[in-house]
Design a protein around this ligand. Structure first.
Ligand SMILES: [Zn+2]
Length: 505
């Protein structure tokens, strides 16, 4: 069940109400008014050690503008070191599990690391039940953990194995795996109208289940190379009609860049604009290989870019041109994409890694602290919740979404009283410093522990079930794993040969 509303004031040794834009304030009291911030005022006395817990540093909660509610980590599945194109098939090497267990354990990790709003681009259906039932299980998991989610139904209708017709890539694979790969991965296209109807059905179920307050249902075309033009056009029209947000990958890797240039010579971003998809309702994950003129158009149309720094490093995709995005005025938000640097969903470390890469070399500043905070906290809620939602500030009237860090642990040297808390946060802050997390006035994490669910018990249950399923299916899952390894090996030469360019329309 969801955690209770927080009672009483929150006293903190330091408050970063609008990090990067306003200086930190010492010894402050925050009063809540229901799910919102009520008032903020100086404490009559100093926030003292020994008053029932550590001294606290309060900051706005973080947002995760691109993710998939994956529960099993990439290296565990044997996919470490694979580029995206060879990594994707590894997601299917374990059987589907109970969707509530998977989502709850994934959301709990996010909440423990300070995230209040997070995106779920639901590309991995666990199966075993009707889709709408599964979506509702994910919504229940979000409610019980206490986070808000954007739930984008993954939509696609082509190119199940590589960025070309399935038959073309199958003929390039070693013969021994072709049948198995075709059976598991070749696309069985579903008509656009049917895919849109599923989105409506899920949206109805979410409303009926009472999850409308914390779940925003979205269209989730997986990417241009995976979606036919009629499907993308239908989604653009439906989004215009319903106002629902759209969440899609774009230009994640060099091979997607090659494919886009070969198949959309007029420009892939221009194409999205021409079909009416490039709107303020759209979030584009990655854009790591976008060009300046494409970024300018994305900025002009008001779409959001979700940058996934660790994921782009982990999948060897590259480093997104964040300074260029900012220079063009793009709204840029942080995504973790299920692959934080330590595979632990640590959003604080993710923020620091992005800042280290993009703040500028030497005396140059290419990403300010204010821009960093908009990236990590302010802009993400819009991708998750749609409309004009934003985060990033602790101020009266704003949603009571806060992370409370153990200040004494963060400043464990305690030599200089005037040290800027934001300096220490950006130098060394990570999930281990988080004492409490509030989302909408509810205390969802306390003492580093998620309150709404028994996370260790659910995780143990999930792992036990997975081990049992793997043991029962020793032939099936294990031999599929071997097939995926062979497929990953064969895809390397396929992509390197440049055969994806122009092999399909
Ligand atoms: Zn992704």
């Amino acid at each position: 069940m969801p955690a209770a509303m927080h009672e009483g004031p929150i006293d903190c040794a330091w408050l970063l109400a609008d990090p990067g834009a306003e200086p930190a304030q010492s010894d402050m009291r925050i009063e809540l008014a229901g799910d919102r911030i009520g008032s903020i005022a100086p404490l009559a006395h100093k926030a003292a050690i020994g008053t029932g817990g550590p001294r606290l540093l309060a900051l706005p909660a973080l947002a995760n503008a691109h993710d998939h509610a994956r529960t099993f980590r990439s290296a565990t599945l044997g996919a470490f070191g694979q580029p995206l194109e060879s990594w994707l098939p590894f997601l299917g090497v374990v059987p589907g599990m109970d969707p509530y267990l998977c989502a709850a354990t994934s959301f709990a990790r996010s909440a423990r690391h300070g995230v209040a709003n997070l995106m779920v681009h639901y590309t991995r259906v666990q199966g075993g039940m009707a889709y709408a039932d599964e979506a509702e299980a994910v919504a229940r998991a979000a409610r019980d953990v206490g986070v808000r989610i954007g739930f984008a139904i993954a939509m696609r209708d082509r190119h199940g194995i590589a960025y070309c017709d399935d038959a073309a890539v199958l003929s390039a694979l070693r013969p021994g795996i072709r049948d198995a790969v075709a059976e598991r991965l070749a696309v069985k296209p579903v008509a656009p109208a049917q895919q849109l109807a599923l989105v409506e059905e899920v949206a109805r179920r979410i409303e009926q289940g009472g999850h409308g307050g914390h779940v925003t249902v979205q269209y989730g075309p997986t990417g241009v190379q995976w979606c036919s033009t009629p499907l993308l056009e239908a989604i653009a029209q439906a989004s215009a009609d319903t106002g629902r947000p759209v969440h899609m990958h774009l230009l994640e890797t060099r091979y997607q860049r090659d494919w886009a240039d070969a198949n959309h010579p007029g420009g892939i971003v221009r194409f999205l604009d021409d079909i009416g998809l490039l709107t303020p309702r759209l979030t584009l994950a990655h854009c790591a290989w976008a060009r300046p003129e494409e970024l300018a158009l994305i900025a002009e149309r008001g779409a959001t870019i979700a940058v996934n720094t660790s994921s782009n490093l982990g999948l060897k995709s590259g480093i997104a041109p964040v300074p260029e995005m900012l220079k063009h005025g793009c709204r840029v938000a942080m995504g973790l994409d299920g692959m934080a640097f330590d595979e632990d969903d640590d959003a604080l470390r993710e923020m620091r890694l992005a800042y280290s890469l993009h703040r500028g070399w030497g005396y140059d500043t290419t990403m300010t602290r204010e821009q960093l905070w908009a990236f990590a906290s302010g802009n993400g809620p819009r991708s998750v919740r749609g409309g004009l939602a934003r985060g990033g500030r602790i101020e009266p009237g704003a949603p009571a979404d806060m992370v409370l860090l153990d200040w004494d642990a963060l400043d464990d040297d305690a030599l200089f009283a005037e040290t800027d808390p934001l300096d220490l946060l950006l130098a060394r802050g990570n999930g281990s410093h988080i004492a409490k997390v509030l989302v909408g006035g509810r205390m969802v994490v306390d003492g580093g522990r998620v309150l709404g669910i028994d996370e260790p018990a659910l995780r143990a249950e999930l792992l036990a079930r997975m081990r049992a399923a793997l043991a029962a299916d020793a032939g099936g899952a294990l031999s599929w794993r071997e097939t995926v390894k062979a497929l990953a090996d064969d895809l390397g030469p396929f992509y390197r040969s440049g055969r994806i360019g122009g092999c399909c329309g």
